[in-house]
Each structure stands twice: as structure tokens, then as C-alpha cells.
Ligand binder design. Structure first.
Ligand code: ADP
Ligand code: MG
Length: 243
């Protein structure tokens, strides 16, 4: 059997703002069902990298492939809505005037009954089946976050791009939602790029960590390996406050 191409393959991405390089020759691959955490301090270029993959920003050079298909280089660009990617940010912004079910159905196509079935499936997975008819303001922060996850996954994206999606939640809830999110993502076999500045989040969620500093990926590997054998002293410092 021939090997499938990676879900995400970015090659030599570069991006500068006002003459300053903020993403510097970043290459990365993510396999289907794999969670990769882009981990690094604030300002190192994580969100810029994710925004280019999402298609809301454009690289100065380099290529982005999803499932082996070129979606963006410096001359060719598929628009964000046709990239088969789901997005989740800290500010998850559900539509306030739509019910939970309508929020989840928002990006779906197909017949009414197909959409309803998919909405029910996903709300069941995130444990919110009984909230179909509720409105976002009637839900807790954690519940809203679960709806946002269901909404992002509804169109079966091949790739989920998550930028610090849990940072607005309090500690106890955050652990719970992280675990639940992982469960749901694994069931859907989505490739995941999760951006975070929190080592413990990366340790908890990643199959692979890509450590980023000052625009560059300085080390890639399984969480356990990076934790035990950080390659440079920045990486050591980064992990020293995990307990
Ligand atoms: P991170 O997500 O790792 O905190 P970002 O990718 O948001 O970092 O930002 C990396 C650097 O690029 C920062 O110094 C930031 O100020 C700068 N930057 C990001 N977007 C822009 C922009 N649109 N214009 C100018 N500078 C930007
Ligand atoms: Mg950021």
C-alpha cells in the first residue's frame, strides 16, 4: 500500500512584518489523527504561522499542502473557506442570535435531515445533546467552548487549527475540556495543529511537540523526548516550571 501524504505539510514558510522576520523558514508535517503542538513563548510567531495555514494571512515564501494538495504558495492561493480546515481561537464567538443546534449547523451543507443528524452526533459527542435549543448566553464558558468545538468539527475538516483555545477557561475546567477535546478529535481522525505557550498543555495534548523560538522551530519530537532531552537551554527553561 502506498503511504498517504501528510494531512498538513508546510515547507519553508517565511513571513516578515515591516522588515522584521517573524516566521523564519518553518517546515512541519502532521499526519491524520495526529495532534502537533506548536509550543513557544509569546511573540515567537505561532499565531502568524497558524494564520497563514488558515489562509487569513499570506506567506512571503514557502508552500502549504493539505493531503498532498497544494493550497498556497506565493503565486497560487486557495481561499480560507475552501481549505477544509476548522478553526478555534480563545475568543470562540458563537453566534449569539442562533441556537446551539443552529450554531453547529452553520457551516454545513446537505439536506435538512443530514444536517440535523450531524448536529446531533456532534452535540452527543461533546455531551450537550440536551442543549440543542438553548442559546449561547444560557451556557457556561465550558459549554460554549464545547459548542465551538462541535461547530468547528461539523463540516469534517481534515485539519483543525487551534490557537490557545483553552486560555479563557479556569484551571479545573481547562483540564477537563482539554481531555474531552482530545477524545472528540481522535474520534474524527482530524489532524490538529494546536498553538500554545503553555508547556503543560503541550505535554498533555500533543503526539508531537514543535518547539518554536524567535520564528524558528528549534526542536521537534514526542513530548516525553523533548521534556527529557531539550536541545538548548531555552527549551530547558521552558519546561522547568512544569510540575
Ligand atoms: P505568538 O502567537 O507566538 O505570540 P505572533 O505570531 O502573534 O506570535 O507574532 C509574532 C511577531 O509578529 C510579534 O512580534 C508580533 O508583534 C508581530 N506581528 C504579528 N502580526 C503582525 C502584523 N499584522 N503586523 C505587524 N507585526 C505583526
Ligand atoms: Mg499567538
Amino acid at each position: 500500500m502506498t503511504k498517504l501524504p501528510p494531512r498538513l505539510d508546510i515547507r519553508n514558510l517565511k513571513r516578515s512584518f515591516e522588515g522584521r522576520v517573524v516566521v523564519d523558514d518553518v517546515s512541519l508535517t502532521i499526519e491524520p489523527g495526529q495532534v502537533t503542538c506548536l509550543l513557544g513563548p509569546s511573540g515567537c510567531g505561532k499565531s502568524t504561522t497558524l494564520r497563514m495555514i488558515a489562509g487569513v494571512d499570506m506567506q512571503d515564501s514557502g508552500q502549504i499542502y493539505v493531503d498532498g494538495k497544494l493550497i498556497c504558495d506565493t503565486v497560487f492561493r486557495i481561499p480560507p473557506e475552501r481549505r477544509n480546515t476548522g478553526l478555534m481561537f480563545q475568543d470562540f464567538a458563537l453566534f449569539p442570535h442562533l441556537s446551539v443546534a443552529e450554531n453547529v449547523a452553520f457551516g454545513l451543507s446537505g439536506s435538512r435531515s443530514e444536517k440535523a443528524a450531524r448536529v446531533r452526533e456532534l452535540l452527543g459527542r461533546v455531551g450537550l445533546a440536551r442543549f440543542e435549543e438553548s442559546y449561547p448566553h444560557e451556557l457556561s464558558g465550558g459549554e460554549q467552548q464545547r459548542v465551538a468545538l462541535a461547530r468547528a468539527l461539523a463540516p469534517r475538516p481534515r485539519l483543525m487549527l487551534m490557537d490557545e483555545p483553552f486560555s479563557g477557561l479556569d484551571n479545573r475546567l481547562r483540564d477537563e475540556i482539554r481531555d474531552e477535546t482530545l477524545d472528540v478529535l481522535k474520534q474524527e481522525d482530524t489532524g490538529v495543529l494546536l498553538v500554545t505557550h503553555e508547556p503543560d498543555e503541550a505535554m498533555r495534548m500533543a503526539d508531537e511537540i514543535a518547539l518554536m523560538r524567535a520564528g524558528k522551530i528549534v526542536q521537534r519530537g514526542a513530548p516525553y523526548n523533548i521534556y527529557n532531552a531539550p536541545r538548548d537551554k531555552e527549551a530547558v527553561g521552558f519546561f522547568s516550571d512544569i510540575n
